[in-house]
Design a protein around this ligand. Structure first.
Ligand SMILES: [Zn+2]
Length: 433
């Protein structure tokens, strides 16, 4: 048994002071007022559950700080992304994923939903093991000290009625049955889900096949990130993307709609009635000029809110959390639509739930994933209670524990060291090797 003594911990309903959290075999087995046992770790800061990133494209980390010259739009950014996707090898993808996950662990992320669509070699030629790249990403996460849910993406078309473009061939499996067969061959001992890349990339008749293949696991989909997707979907099917997914049986309580930015009132109601989750990716959505999602309306309709880092334009779960509320403030002229406890739930429990991860709370039985935040840094000093969440950044993540084991201290990984040089080398190799 490992005993963590916490000066403050985010339990149900707010902060509790002087709490002992015990873990055994990676799971929380005791939460009680601090006693006289000898602690293995003393946390003088504020302990929150480990964060989850419910929407990651890990290789996009190689684009950070390299896409800001020349203006453009989501669609021109995508061309740069395709250049990187076209170059990656199993080795450079593994190295880049590992580096990005090390950075994420140091920032307090303990589980990731990897929306994985880079499946095959250039030209769409399968590797000897057709799941080589997906499995490389899962292993990279394990090496870095977090758990990856591999959300295997069906990506079959370049648009409504259009074949894949040359740059998209690596993403495709030919048809939805070949996709399903490949997914079925994934090992049973890794955490998996499935994904519809978008209604642009999966033909309407294939949508129910992907939905059925989820078989109770998470089903993720990029939804209405850009107005052009809505216009193309309406022109091709007469339905909005949300209505099309509904008609295909793809909306339910295990569905996560990623972005959910440009929705009609009916779309919002449908997502709420389905008990679906919306995975908002505030820093990426700002970076890509996507627009602001209707956070208050979604929450009011019963949609669960979760968070994703998406293209990893920055790696900071606290910036994602704050971005959720800031976007709503900018859109509505009101402050505090989401109180700190709701923001914490979005960044922890809801995001873990969305990817089938049992972590995300400090309850007995949950994985012992703990993050200690510094309440007395230059950024956070003076913050009251959980309002700390609106002043802290990833630089205030003091200690990260996954499954009862300390993974990072002060932004440095205990096994791998400073993520900076690891990332520098991995990004360099991704573009040149
Ligand atoms: Zn995405």
């Amino acid at each position: 048994v490992t005993l963590f003594r916490c000066a403050a911990a985010a339990l149900d309903g707010g902060i509790a002071f002087d709490v002992d959290i015990e873990s055994a075999d990676g799971v929380i087995v005791g939460v009680r007022p601090a006693g006289d046992g000898v602690p293995d770790e003393v946390f003088t800061g504020v302990v929150v559950p480990g964060f989850a990133d419910a929407h990651s494209h890990v290789f996009h980390r190689g684009l950070r700080g390299r896409s800001h010259a020349g203006g453009g739009s989501f669609w021109t950014w995508r061309e740069t992304m395709y250049q990187l996707a076209g170059r990656l090898t199993p080795d450079t993808l593994r190295e880049l994923a590992f580096a990005a996950y090390v950075e994420m662990v140091c920032a307090g992320v303990t589980a990731v939903g990897e929306f994985h669509y880079l499946h095959h070699a250039p030209g769409g030629v399968p590797y000897d093991d057709p799941n080589e790249l997906g499995l490389a990403v899962v292993q990279a996460g394990a090496d870095a000290g977090l758990v990856v849910t591999l959300l295997d993406v069906a990506y079959l078309a370049g648009g409504f009625g259009q074949p894949l473009a040359e740059a998209q061939l690596r993403f495709g499996d030919g048809d939805v049955h070949a996709w399903a067969e490949r997914v079925e061959a994934l090992p049973a001992d890794i955490r998996t889900g499935v994904a519809i890349h978008s209604v642009r990339a999966v033909p309407p008749e294939a949508l129910p096949v992907v939905a059925r293949a989820a078989a109770g696991r998470p089903l993720h989909v990029h939804l209405s990130e850009q107005p052009a997707e809505n216009e193309a979907c309406l022109a091709a099917t007469g339905l909005t993307p949300t209505a099309l997914l509904h008609s295909a049986g793809a909306l339910g309580p295990t569905t996560s709609a990623v972005h959910a930015t440009h929705l009609t009132d009916d779309d919002v109601r449908r997502l709420g009635a389905a008990g679906a989750t919306a995975v908002i990716c505030p820093t990426t959505e700002a970076d890509l000029a996507d627009g602001l999602p209707r956070i208050g309306d979604l929450a009011g309709a019963g949609v669960v809110l979760a968070l994703g880092g998406d293209q990893h334009v920055i790696t900071d779960p606290l910036a994602q959390l704050r971005g959720l509320e800031y976007g709503e403030r900018l859109a509505t002229g009101r402050r505090g639509s989401l109180p700190p406890l709701d923001l914490l739930a979005a960044a922890t429990r809801n995001s873990h739930d969305a990817i089938g991860s049992p972590a995300g709370s400090l309850w007995i039985g949950a994985p012992a994933d703990l993050v200690e935040l510094d309440p007395a840094s230059a950024r956070t000093a003076g913050s009251l209670g959980l309002q700390l969440l609106l002043s802290a950044s990833a630089a205030d993540v003091r200690t990260v524990v996954t499954a009862g084991v300390v993974q990072a201290r002060g932004g440095v990984h205990v096994r791998w060291g400073d993520p900076g040089p690891i990332l520098a080398r991995a990004v360099e190799r991704a573009w040149t090797a």
